[in-house]
Design a protein around this ligand. Structure first.
Ligand code: ADP
Ligand code: MG
Length: 679
């Protein structure tokens, strides 16, 4: 059996099972042995019935005393009750296929059972335990529990996994020996065997450690290689730093000290002779735009063009208006390029851009198009970077000769992680809001009090304010989300007859969305019901209420972003989180949102509650999803890995050394196509 063969070579895997396995992301034998258990059952020692505890899965050995078919139900759903005892007590076992199992158990005979005891009317029961006659015995030892999908049983997974592990050749060590020794790693073959069928706790821990190490190694090598590539051999354009001061003095306000610090870091980069690659993280409203302006001003006054790219049409337009106003007194020419412009409008912009008549171009993805050429591009800024992958960032940079790159995001990432995740970027943080920002009063309520929430919204509206209402997320399905948004929209429209209520959702045409946003901005619409499309950067200072329905379905970081849409003007603002049911988790999350407005703190808490997998999705940050490593929990391993990875990349930046091919393959596998340009 070879790692690259399809799983159909396994006995018992026909076309149906193959399709089901594919749903789990398993196509080849290699995928299969790298599909790890989500948990383990300890079946090494049988417990006595007297020792059993509720909800603690256990193996017992007991005699069957009584087998009873439930007289009240017939057919396939008939229940079978089996009473067993082992001298320390009795236990009732429940099976749901009475007719099929009725003759399986013989009175007086001894069987092994493994299951989770549940209390029912004060008595312990096991529902559908695994079973086997004691002379055969259930598998003893530590037994893996795999994530499943419909059409595949735990039993099948275990059997196939055993067969696959037995069938494959030994997995060769791919790490240099000194790394294995320095970090006291077990062999990679041993690790794969023991993560599936560990002989004891110790081997399981060693196996997991090794697999986490491997995955983080691939991650670090990939990120460091990307960084190397962006730094290597590139001479940075040198900007005149004195211009920064001129621009800062022309502002009508004082920069916060966090802004000053970040502006200084950027200015330092811009005159250093090295290419800048910097990430600016700052909470919603922390004033990132002016930081971008300071950098753009320096570019223009040093004779270069600059680009400012935003993730949505709307945001691009807002930035364009803002920048045009800010730069007018300085006689800097700003242009706009978006996908929805007419061919004629575009052509004009492109012509002016190519000859340097437009000095700063603001726009959407449209800027990446091949027909967009600059006279002399010196600085590329992307706003809300999590919407762009590494690739797009690079495509933009290639429009100049090694321009400086600044990336701005409001998605706060805990400091410890940012440095590691953005291995290819330096990181600056604006951790302070401009003075005089009011606190947004946040309330968490459950659904039964929805009406009071909308009473409050109406009160705000009657005072001339506006409101956002974020419609519930149903699940992954866009169609259902739209439906729920529509229902909510109709409910509110019927209820708030004196006010204009509008609906905005992701599957609308861009033009429609823009129209609605423009009317909301002009206060022609007072209540905007929307799906999460408003998440990114829009600015309507007169909006004072943010209602989020189904708040339990959103991540904390996302709730925080949504909340940041209000509190942008002089009026007191409010955020109401409406949740379905009050689980402990929901209460904890609500408490965090109510008590804090600090995006970094909220991100840390989010990380603790949900784990990084949820937060650092591939698309979000251009960082791949990890299978076994957990960036929140494995920080120590991550640090060890980082040191090793740095040594390797310093020595062999493109992983060209024959001894490094195994590592290179793992990097490419982890990052997929996104990194093929790097290595
Ligand atoms: P974000 O970081 O979310 O992009 P913005 O750049 O849109 O934030 O800034 C939010 C608002 O704060 C803008 O109206 C901006 O003019 C204002 N602002 C930025 N910096 C300061 C400051 N130092 N003092 C006062 N207001 C500021
Ligand atoms: Mg912004």
């Amino acid at each position: 059996m070879e790692l690259n063969e399809t799983v159909s070579v396994l006995k018992g895997v026909g076309p149906k099972k193959q399709a089901a396995l594919e749903k789990l992301g398993i196509r080849t034998i290699g995928d299969f042995v790298n599909f790890f258990p989500r948990d383990y059952e300890d079946r090494r020692r049988a417990r006595s019935i007297g020792e059993l505890e509720e909800d603690k899965p256990a193996l017992i050995q007991a005699n069957v005393e009584l087998v009873v078919k439930d007289p009240y139900r017939k057919g396939r759903k008939q229940i079978l009750r089996v009473l067993v005892s082992d001298g320390t007590g009795n236990l009732e076992l429940i099976f749901f296929q009475a007719s099929y199992l009725a003759n399986t158990f013989q009175i007086g005979k001894r069987y092994d059972f493994f299951g989770k005891p549940a209390a029912n009317f004060g008595k312990l029961q096991m529902i559908h335990p695994d079973y086997a006659a004691s002379e055969k015995g259930l598998i003893q030892g530590i037994v893996p529990v795999y994530p499943l999908t419909s059409g595949i049983s735990q039993k099948e997974m275990r059997a196939w996994q055993r067969a696959a592990l037995r069938g494959i050749p030994k997995i060769e060590e791919y790490l240099p020996e000194e790394i294995v020794e320095r970090n006291r790693l077990c062999g990679c073959d041993y690790a794969v065997l023991n993560v599936h069928f560990p002989t004891d706790k110790q081997p399981l821990l060693a196996a997991k450690y090794r697999l986490v190490f491997d995955e983080l190694m691939a991650l670090q090598l990939g990120l460091l290689a990307a960084r190397q590539k962006t730094i290597d051999g590139k001479k940075g354009l040198v900007f005149h730093s004195g211009n920064a001061e001129i621009y800062i003095h022309s502002l009508g306000y004082q920069l916060t000290s966090a802004q000053q610090k970040v502006a200084a870091e950027i200015t330092e980069d811009l005159k250093s002779g090295r290419v800048m690659n910097r990430l600016v993280q700052g909470d919603v409203g922390s004033g990132k735009t002016v930081i971008a302006e300071i950098a753009l001003y320096q570019a223009v006054k040093s004779g270069f063009q600059g680009v400012f790219m935003a993730p949505t049409e709307l945001l691009a337009k807002q930035h364009f208006e803002g920048l045009r106003k800010s730069f007018q007194p300085h006689e800097v020419k700003v242009g706009l390029l978006t996908g929805s412009m007419t061919a004629k409008e575009k052509r004009q912009v492109l012509e002016r851009l190519a000859v340097g008549e437009i000095q700063i171009l603001v726009g959407t993805h449209a800027i990446i198009q091949p027909d967009v050429t600059f006279e002399n591009l010196g600085l590329v800024i992307t706003d809300e970077q999590h919407r762009f992958g590494v690739k797009q960032r690079t495509a933009l940079s290639e429009k100049g000769s090694d321009p400086h790159v600044l990336v701005m995001t409001a998605t706060p990432i805990p400091r410890t992680l940012a440095v590691i995740l953005y291995g290819d970027l330096d990181v600056s943080i604006i951790d302070e809001l401009p003075p005089g920002r009011q606190k947004i009063i946040t309330k968490a309520i459950d659904e039964s009090r929805r009406h009071t929430c909308y009473d409050f919204v109406e009160k705000e509206l009657s005072e001339g304010r506006q409101a956002y209402v974020v419609a519930p997320l149903i699940d992954e399905s866009e169609v259902l989300d739209v439906k729920s948004a529509e229902e909510l929209y109709q409910e509110l429209r019927d209820r708030m007859k004196e006010h204009e209520v509008a609906l905005l959702h992701g599957s609308m045409k861009q033009k429609e969305k823009d129209d609605i946003m423009a009317r909301f901005y002009e206060n022609e619409i007072q209540v905007l019901v929307s799906t999460v499309v408003i998440e990114v950067g829009i600015n309507v200072p007169n909006a004072t209420v943010m209602v989020i329905e189904n708040a339990e379905r959103f991540g904390l970081a996302q709730l925080h972003q949504l909340r940041g849409r209000v509190g942008r003007g002089k009026h007191q603002s409010y955020c109401v989180l409406v949740s379905k049911k009050s689980s402990e988790m929901a209460a904890e999350r609500a408490e965090i949102m109510v008590s804090s407005q600090d995006g970094f703190y909220i991100a840390e808490q989010d990380l603790k509650l949900r784990g990084p997998g949820e937060i650092f999705g591939t698309r979000q940050h251009g960082v791949p999803d990890l299978v076994i490593a957990d960036l929140a929990r494995h920080t120590k391993i991550l640090n060890d890995v980082k040191k090793e990875a740095e040594r390797i990349i310093a020595d062999d930046p493109g992983l060209k050394n024959p001894a490094h091919q195994g590592m290179k393959q793992r990097v490419l596998k982890l990052f997929g196509d996104d990194f093929s340009w790097t290595l």
